[in-house]
Design a protein around this ligand. Sequence first.
Ligand SMILES: NC(=O)c1ccc[n+]([C@@H]2O[C@H](COP(=O)([O-])OP(=O)(O)OC[C@H]3O[C@@H](n4cnc5c(N)ncnc54)[C@H](OP(=O)(O)O)[C@@H]3O)[C@@H](O)[C@H]2O)c1
Length: 288
Amino acid sequence: MQTWIHSFIKAKKIGVLGAGNLSRSILSGFLKSGVIDLKDIYVTNRNPEKLHALQAEFPGLQVINSSAELIENCGIIILGVKPQDIVTAVESVRGLFTNEHIVVSLAAGVSLASLKSLIPGTEQLVRWMPNTPLKIQEGVVGYSVLNESETLAQLSEKLLSPLGLVVPVEEGDEMNALTIACASGPAFIYEFIMIWQSWLESSGFPSNISREMALQTFLGTVKLAADNKSLNLTDLQNQVMSKKGTTHAGLMHLRSLEVENLIAASFNKAVNRAREIEQDFDKEIHKN
Ligand SMILES: NC(=O)c1ccc[n+]([C@@H]2O[C@H](COP(=O)([O-])OP(=O)(O)OC[C@H]3O[C@@H](n4cnc5c(N)ncnc54)[C@H](OP(=O)(O)O)[C@@H]3O)[C@@H](O)[C@H]2O)c1
């Protein structure tokens, strides 16, 4: 069924500048969801070899060799480059942006205000902060829009909702918290899964079986909680734990080690890094 979003995208076309891990995850999520036609997406990348690999992964995808051409052909530009590469990537083409362009930034630690200084030609600026599970339509994506633009909010909701949970966020503390807990989140979760796996391995299980056991424990636990929204997580935890039992002994010890504080401290480190990136980015813009 054709909806306004299909017509909007068809008329505008999406241009992806920087075909790295996250851009590929977004593309594959969009295509699986059917919200966008492959022929309405154009991609460019610094290293052209990646474009060939991308065309092999998504036959029919339009690839372009220059950012200038991408901006001339597309009304929605997704900046998929690393924060430290944005200034270089945009500097020579910034004059091509007009207020008809919608610019979506995926960069962690680059605020809308900084983006506005870099690309003064358009007010239509939005940040999407996704995580890689959106590739399988199980993502969490935060978004924030400049000047509370209703059009950009609706566009973000429509495009992103087939990819997972979509959360509008305020710039600043909320965006930083979502960036670390959800966008960086999978890296932390993998760390835990790997700890499970290696503990099972050290107890004698072969590596591949340990991996499956660890994954299935996480997957099953999360699914069970997701299927039982009326129960809070403590109720579900208590179903596994009897007083004076094995789980109780282990979990009490874990709590005594103040793991919560260790995780909060690690997240805070990551938030500080996001703030540093923002400061470095601002310095770089104002240097130029
Ligand atoms: N990965 C995540 O889970 C995640 C989550 C949330 C947000 N983000 C944000 O998403 C952005 C991309 O991250 P990523 O992990 O996808 O990085 P990545 O894999 O390194 O991808 C970045 C891509 O940008 C290309 N590039 C760099 N400069 C360019 C230029 N001047 N013109 C065209 N292409 C250029 C790179 O090309 P080369 O092939 O030449 O290196 C590379 O393919 C970052 O800003 C990051 O903060 C990532």
